[in-house]
Write a new protein. Sequence first.
Lengths: 500, 60
Amino acid sequence: MLLKPQIKDIRIVSYYLGKIIIGLSLCLTLPLVLALSNQEINPAYDLALSFLVGLIIGLILISVFKTDEDLNWMQGMSLVGLSWLVAMFLGAIPLFLSGHWKSYLDACFDAMSGFATTGLALVQDLDHLSVSCNFWRHLMMFIGGQGIVIVALSFFVKGFSGAFKMYVGEARDERILPNVIHTSRFIWLVSITYLILGTTALGAVGMLNGMKPFNAFFHGACVFMAAFDTGGFSPQSQNILYYHSLLYEVVTVVIMILGAINFKLHYHIWMGNRKEIFKNIETITFFITIMIAFFITAIGLSQAGIYPKAVVLFRKGFYQLISGHTGTGYQTIYAAQFKNEWSHLAMFGIICAMALGGAVCSTTGAIKMLRIGIFFKALLEDIKRIISPEISMVTQKFHHIKEIFLEDKQVRSALLITLLYLLLYILGAIVGMVLGNPFLNSLFESTSAAANVGLSCGITNVNMPTLLKLTYIFQMWAGRLEFMSIFVLMGFFVAAFKGK
Amino acid sequence: MAGLSNGVKMINQILKKIKEITIIIIKGILGIAAEIGYALAIMLMAFFICILITSFYPVR
């Protein structure tokens, strides 16, 4: 029996939503300061207006619905699902006002793509977008990669038990430290440390390539934010191809891989347990799946005969593959090259890589390595059970920070999420095909959206049908939050109408 | 004399704290190096696959 949500539920959700909106609005002050220091007057007005809209709505919500009560599971999960939608609407305001997006829906598409760290974009004339607006696009990725709620948890919430419910709702079911607030602060510590290192490295490489210092470091910061948070936005329309630099590509590959590693693993490695990187089920599975997917892709590319030299095959083939596998979406080829030059087998290899994703509790989307590792362990357990004598007791362990005995509950949960991801990939592919696109291209683009990757074979463009835009927005949202908080939010609304 | 003893104690505590922080920073740097090493190992292995395929796979 569904219980109708009470006024109290709406009050609590609205109050915390107000806090999150204020947190997001405060984030808008960073590009605003950049706009003012860069004397970009019109973008500064756009950002200031968006900031004020968010601040006023947030203040109204927290003063009207003021409460001291803590969140329960239903409220926490609904709040997370709702927060991401509200973030999309708020984040899209300065984009739309800039005039570089054809409609507010297009701006919402890019805002969701940013927050969900996807990287598909409908922006027009990106190369002439203001520095501050470009920075906001990348900052959205950085915020979304950490998790919108994590931002609020880290800086605007003093500590409450409902924090864990919101943390789980954002598809992070692993606590690094006993306290979830400390966990979210550690996530920021890792990100800020790598932000400094990554920006410096990319800035230095940019300057070596002849870029002016401000440009080199601005591009470095933007590219780092999008690469580490496995996003895929780039300051230039040609994406990473713009830099024409092997060194730039190598640095971004390293950053993408670092972004795809579990934050819990970062913690243990940084605390001195470096052997964990060789033992952890996720790093081992990640290594194996990359090699298998790349082998398939490389064979496909060899069949097509477009990159006959090993170095070129590595630069073009491996870059797109690792970009897909980590869920980043950076490209060093044009979108049309995927469908016109790459063979079906090569595209299939990239689709597999995109569908798998990186580690749990990282900034990547998709099925994720822990679940893939658990499948293989479960398969191994079943094979062992069949070949062992009937009276023997068969157990299976896997190493994830510590030795863990495989339980049916873990296998069931992993299978359920995987099944939902597969359905989501298929849903987008069907909509793409209904709207007249070929099967492989539709599956490629749909997987890219749902797995929060951002690689495109050309279907995503400003002229694509509204239905496809809405489908991809839903896929990005559902894929980033790993379904549960969205189902709870839907349940919340259904219960409001049909509950007793 | 007591003041001097307290001063020495304080300096010892500060040195101990500096040592602890230095150890944490060194562990962190080594950790970052290990992670970058992992990423480079993936790249190296992939490059090996490229050499293998371009050497043995018949290009059309």
